[in-house]
Structures are given as structure tokens and as C-alpha cells.
Design a protein around this ligand. Structure first.
Ligand code: NDP
Length: 500
């Protein structure tokens, strides 16, 4: 037994049990290999060694999954369930996830690299809450009755109907939560789902499929097809019988999904990248701001779409924040996610690590100063130092592009009264997912919040609530996930007019 195994309850059992099994596709309530017989390796990013093998589903497997989802939607027991029964099944799934949360968090940590304490306390807890929140909507999605004048000779109302078969395509940075955030509202609305998880972290979706089987969700309601994006993912986007694609991932792939979906006019919800600004005024609680800015960079090793990665701090407080970040970066415990004291894990893959290091090098070449970090950590796996780049300008790639690593790009500003100029800086990228403002001046806080083009703005560390819709302006996405808007996005609205 290794030292880490001894300290991590359940790890040896997981290796001997779930991880050792042959991972197949979950289609129509049954497990089956990919029709091609192909598999791919799933790598542990903290060691660079194989963790498991998963089936490499392709177009034929996607077609089988879509057929199963269509049959479940049109004629299976799912289509006849009362809304309350549907809600009960989603609550049951939440209970099953809760009962198995420790194991799921361990799978998520091994596969994605993030610290166990954050996969268990953040990802899994949010996933359980999300399922329960969305289960409630199954009994509350109703249409409206139109206002009509006394003279009107018709009576008009709307019906909210399931949008149909949903193709859910998820990324590797929070794979379990992202899968649940799509499956929960889709089921609440009465849809059926084909899930294609990211090839870099597909295992927790397969464990979720086991739980779906265990709670006896009717066959075909949720299908899981692991495989590559450009084969399985693309086949889902191209399939004529899929009604909607719900995607979280890069803006590049998001654009190809819009193009692919146009052929059959599929509905799309896209949660894409971000390059979110953090604006710190001189009157802010600098200690709290520094802690929060640093935490968001260490969280998921910066592989987090909402991370505040562009710091604009007033010149009077810039150095204090920079040295605060440097101090916290020196102390943050970096290591494999399963080690109990780890606070920051590895980057997901060798390719992503090269990408992050490439951006840091480009920033330095373009004139940014590496205040701290900037280097790969020499050990097994894909580790990089938390990094602060100063003197970053809008013409640099590190200012414009989503790096998806623990890299904070910082720029000082001089005039706290120039809200228009500050907003111009904050808005000067193609993204518009989130923004963070730190000030005790309500006028500055709200004035800037109104000017910034982003879907999620926090002031002084405010947290987003489950009941609120999340999504991006500009190239950060289309539509919203979460809240009423999130679940309504899995419905079609129909108007019915009755002549009187
Ligand atoms: P991708 O956008 O490529 O991957 C997201 C999902 O889309 C995966 O399941 C992927 O499959 C799938 N996919 C890839 N190509 C296609 C396609 N043609 N049709 C349908 N589905 C497809 O992200 P990457 O893994 O390449 O990460 C690259 C960058 O994207 C990151 O550095 C980061 O900047 C950004 N990103 C943003 C995320 C966010 O939450 N906003 C999440 C993940 C990445 P497969 O894994 O098999 O390729």
C-alpha cells in the first residue's frame, strides 16, 4: 500500500473495483463496447500514467444512443410519467450521488487532477444541490394564458414541451458537475439525453451512468458515449435527430457547434471561455481581495472558465496585491489531488501544460514581467507554478486569450474616477463571461457593473446562487445555464388559440 493510498480512504477499493472494470458505453440502459472495438487511455495527470481505458465511441455508437433517446422520448415509459414521478427520479438520482459522493470525488480527482477537498466540497456538493434544484422544476414548468379583451373570439394559451433529444457535450475541468448541470434540467423538462464527456476526464460520467442504472431511470433516457470530440462529439452535432446541443468548452469548438447545428437548426446552449477582469479600487478591503484573487487562480489550477485572470488594481494598492499573491503562491500546497494537504493539482495534460508554458513565454517576450512562477515544476505529472505577470497590455496574447492555467495577468490603473476608461479596459477582449469588482464605494461598484459586458459580476466576493442563470456575453457563449432560464432552455414554447 502506498503512502497516499493509506491516507486516502477508498482508493485501493476504487482501483480494484470501478477503475479496473472494462469501461463501456451506456446505451439504452445497457453496457456495450464501441462498435469499432476501439478504446483510449485515460491518464492520471498527477503521474502521467494510465488510470483506465474507455471505449472510443464513434458515429455508429452515437446513432444507436440517439435512437435509444428518441425511443425513450416518444414511446417509452418516460414519455408517460407524471411530472411528480419525473421529479422523484431526479431526487432519487441526487440521493444516489450523495450516497456515493466520496467515491465520485475520488474518481474526479484522479481523472481531472483537482484536490479531493475541492472535488468533494465544491463539485460534488454543487452537483447534488443542482440535481435537487432542477428536480423541483419538473412540477413547476407551466405555460401562460394570454390576456384577451372581452370582445375576443378566441382563447389563447401556451404549452411548454420538452425540446426533445439533447446532445450534452462536456469539458474536462469540472466533468461531473457539468454533466449534472445539463442532465438535471433536461430531465426536469422531460427531455432525453446523449452525453459525450471529454476524452481527458470521462470516468465520473461513467460512474454516473452506473447510478442512473441503479435508480432504474427508464432505458434510453440518459445515454453516455465516451469518445473523441472530432468523431463522437461531431457525430452528435451532425445527427439529424438531435434537437439541441448543450455544450461547455472552448470558444473554438463552440463556433464549430453553431455551424454544425445550423444544418438541422438545432437549438444550442453554449458555455464557453472567459478572460474575466478583476478591478480593485484603492478603498477596497485589500486583504480580502488578495485572498480571493489568489484562490481563484489556484482553484482547479486556473482551469476554470470564470477565473478572474486579468487584474486591474489601482496603483496605490497594486504592489500590495502583487506581493500578497506572491506570498500565497509560495505557500500553496501543490501536488497530486488525492494527497490530503494538496490545494492545487496538476494541469490536465501534457498538451495543456505546454500551452500554458507557451503563453507565459509569449507574455515575457512581449514585455510582461514574470513577478513570480512561470516554470514547470519538475516532478512526475503536469505541474506548473502559480504565476503573476505584470505590465500586461491589451495588445498581448496573455491579455486576450484564455490561458486555462494558474496565470494572473496584471495591470495598474491611475484614475479611480474614470469608470468609462476602466470599463473599456475590462471589456477589451472577445470574452464576456464574468467580472469581479472590489470597492467600498457603491457608486463605483454599480457604475462599473453596469458598464462591464459580462454575464456574471461579483462585487466584494459575492457568490453566485444556484437559482441564478449563468452564461456569457460576446464570445463567451449563447444562452444561460441554471435557474429558471436554464431549465426553460430545454423546452419549446407552443401557442394554442381556441376559437370561441
Ligand atoms: P474543447 O472545447 O475542445 O472540449 C470540450 C468538449 O468538446 C470535449 O468533450 C471535446 O471532446 C468536445 N469536442 C471537441 N471537438 C469537438 C467537435 N468538433 N464537435 C463536438 N464536440 C467536440 O476543449 P479542449 O479540451 O480542447 O480545451 C482547450 C481550451 O478550451 C482550454 O485551454 C480552455 O481555454 C478552453 N476550455 C474552456 C472550458 C470552459 O469551461 N469554458 C472547458 C474546457 C476547455 P474531446 O475531449 O474528446 O476533445
Amino acid at each position: 500500500m502506498s503512502a497516499v493510498s493509506a491516507l486516502t480512504p477508498g482508493l485501493d477499493a476504487l482501483r480494484a473495483g470501478f477503475l479496473a472494470r472494462r469501461h463501456e458505453l451506456f446505451i439504452a440502459g445497457k453496457w456495450r463496447p464501441a462498435q469499432s472495438g476501439q478504446t483510449f487511455e485515460v491518464i492520471d495527470p498527477s503521474t502521467g500514467t494510465p488510470l483506465a481505458h474507455a471505449a472510443a465511441g464513434e458515429a455508429a455508437d452515437i446513432d444507436a444512443a440517439v435512437k435509444a433517446a428518441r425511443a425513450a422520448l416518444d414511446s417509452g415509459p418516460w414519455s408517460k410519467l407524471a411530472h411528480a414521478e419525473r421529479a422523484k427520479l431526479i431526487f432519487k438520482l441526487a440521493d444516489a450521488v450523495e450516497r456515493n459522493a466520496d467515491e465520485l470525488a475520488l474518481i474526479e480527482t484522479l481523472d481531472g487532477g483537482n484536490p479531493l477537498r475541492s472535488t468533494r466540497n465544491v463539485d460534488l456538493q454543487m452537483a447534488i444541490d443542482s440535481l435537487r434544484y432542477n428536480a423541483g422544476w419538473a412540477t413547476k414548468l407551466t405555460g401562460q394564458t394570454a390576456l384577451s379583451s372581452p370582445q375576443s373570439r378566441s382563447f389563447t394559451f401556451t404549452l411548454r414541451e420538452p425540446i426533445g433529444v439533447v446532445g450534452a457535450i462536456t469539458p474536462w475541468n469540472a466533468p461531473f458537475l457539468m454533466a449534472v448541470n445539463k442532465i438535471g434540467p433536461a430531465l426536469a423538462a422531460g427531455c432525453t439525453v446523449v452525453l459525450k464527456p471529454a476524452e481527458l476526464a470521462p470516468l465520473s460520467a461513467l460512474r454516473l451512468a452506473q447510478l442512473i442504472e441503479e435508480i432504474e431511470l427508464p432505458p434510453g433516457v440518459v445515454n453516455v458515449v465516451t469518445g473523441y470530440g472530432n468523431t463522437a462529439g461531431q457525430a452528435l452535432v451532425d445527427h439529424p435527430d438531435v434537437n439541441k446541443i448543450s455544450f461547455t468548452g472552448s470558444t473554438r469548438v463552440g463556433k464549430s457547434i453553431v455551424t454544425g447545428s445550423a444544418a438541422h437548426m438545432k437549438r444550442v446552449t453554449l458555455e464557453l471561455g472567459g478572460k474575466s477582469p478583476v478591478v480593485v479600487f484603492p478603498d477596497a478591503d485589500i486583504e480580502a481581495a488578495t485572498q480571493a484573487i489568489s484562490r481563484t487562480i489556484f482553484f482547479k489550477t486556473g482551469q476554470f472558465c470564470m477565473a478572474g485572470t486579468r487584474l486591474f488594481a489601482h496603483e496605490k494598492v497594486f504592489d500590495r496585491i502583487a506581493s500578497g499573491f506572491e506570498g500565497l503562491a509560495a505557500k500553496v500546497k501543490i501536488g497530486p489531488g488525492i494527497a490530503p494537504d494538496t490545494e492545487m493539482g496538476p494541469i490536465i495534460s501534457a498538451k495543456q501544460l505546454d500551452r500554458v508554458l507557451g503563453y507565459i513565454a509569449a507574455g515575457a517576450r512581449d514585455g510582461a514581467e514574470i513577478v513570480t512562477g512561470g516554470k514547470r515544476i519538475e516532478r512526475d505529472g503536469y505541474f506548473v507554478q502559480p504565476t503573476l505577470l505584470a505590465n500586461v497590455r491589451p495588445d498581448m496574447s496573455v491579455f486576450q486569450d484564455e490561458i486555462f492555467g494558474p496565470v494572473l495577468c496584471a495591470t495598474p490603473f491611475t484614475d479611480a474616477k474614470e469608470l468609462d476608461r476602466l470599463a473599456q479596459y475590462a471589456n477589451d477582449t472577445s470574452y464576456g463571461l464574468a467580472a469581479n469588482i472590489w470597492t467600498r464605494d457603491v457608486g463605483n461598484a454599480i457604475g462599473l457593473a453596469r458598464r462591464i459586458k459580462a454575464g456574471n459580476i461579483t462585487i466584494n466576493g459575492g457568490a453566485r446562487e444556484q437559482s441564478m442563470p449563468l452564461g456569457g456575453f460576446k464570445q463567451s457563449g449563447i444562452g444561460r445555464e441554471g435557474g429558471r432560464e436554464g431549465v426553460e432552455a430545454y423546452t419549446e414554447l407552443k401557442i394554442v388559440s381556441v376559437g370561441l
